[in-house]
Write a protein of this length. Structure first.
Ligand code: PRP
Length: 211
């Protein structure tokens, strides 16, 4: 049986850009462009197998070895600290993790700050470093609504264009960390198949420079 290099790609807009970069780097996969609902695609000649997964699940596939490599956002890597190697910043999907609130929000340091977020670990460690007491409210999406309805004082969320904040009368108060897509590798795959993974990583690095 052929020893495929299994590659987990994040489904969606970022994934299309990532796939384009892999293809330009010399790892095309014609079947992945055929219309349909299939999720796994192989290029037998090159020995690569791509599969589409939910962006936030890429790190789980790679950590557990179901994928040898994958592309995950730095937000997910910071939030879940998966035991993977981070090999390369692909310079795609650039955005930032930020604290946002209503424009007139006044931060009273005497009060516990109510923070709504999907990224509870990132928020907790950010405020722990500042020595600020917070009450974290974990939400799964549409975080921007929380301060408007009084569920929280601030939110910790991803800001890309800033349009979502603007349209909901919120603004960035602090930037926590810049975010972009990263190439990650399973630790044992890297140990046993490091040559192949490093070769692919070097070709992708060329593409990042050319982009
Ligand atoms: C993310 C984030 C913001 C939005 C920011 O949401 O949570 O809501 O993108 O982008 P912008 O600054 O360009 O407006 P996503 O689309 O991932 O959906 P979510 O509500 O599930 O978090």
């Amino acid at each position: 049986m052929k020893n495929y290099l299994n590659i987990a790609l994040p489904k969606g807009r970022l994934g299309e850009k990532v796939l384009g970069m892999f293809e330009r780097a010399g790892f095309p996969c014609p079947s992945i462009h055929e219309p349909g609902r299939k999720l796994i695609f192989e290029n037998e000649d090159l020995g690569v197998r791509y599969f589409w997964v939910k962006p936030s699940d890429v790190a789980i596939y790679v950590e557990r070895g179901a994928a040898d490599i994958g592309v995950a956002g730095k937000d997910i890597l910071l939030e879940y600290s998966p035991e993977v190697y981070e090999l390369l910043d692909l310079d795609l999907g650039k955005c930032r993790m930020a604290v946002a609130a209503k424009k007139d929000f006044y931060d009273d340091p005497q009060k516990t700050l109510k923070v709504a977020t999907k990224f509870t670990n990132i928020a907790a460690s950010y405020y722990a470093k500042k020595g600020r007491d917070i009450d974290i409210i974990h939400l799964n999406g549409s975080i921007e609504i929380a301060p408007i309805l009084g569920l929280s004082d601030v939110i910790v969320d991803i800001v890309e264009t800033g349009a979502t904040l603007k349209e909901n009368d919120l603004e960035v108060k602090e930037t926590i960390v810049p975010i972009s897509a990263r190439l990650i590798a399973n630790r044992s795959s890297f140990k046993f198949d490091g040559e192949r993974i490093n070769a692919l990583c070097a070709k992708l690095a060329e593409e990042v420079k050319n982009d």
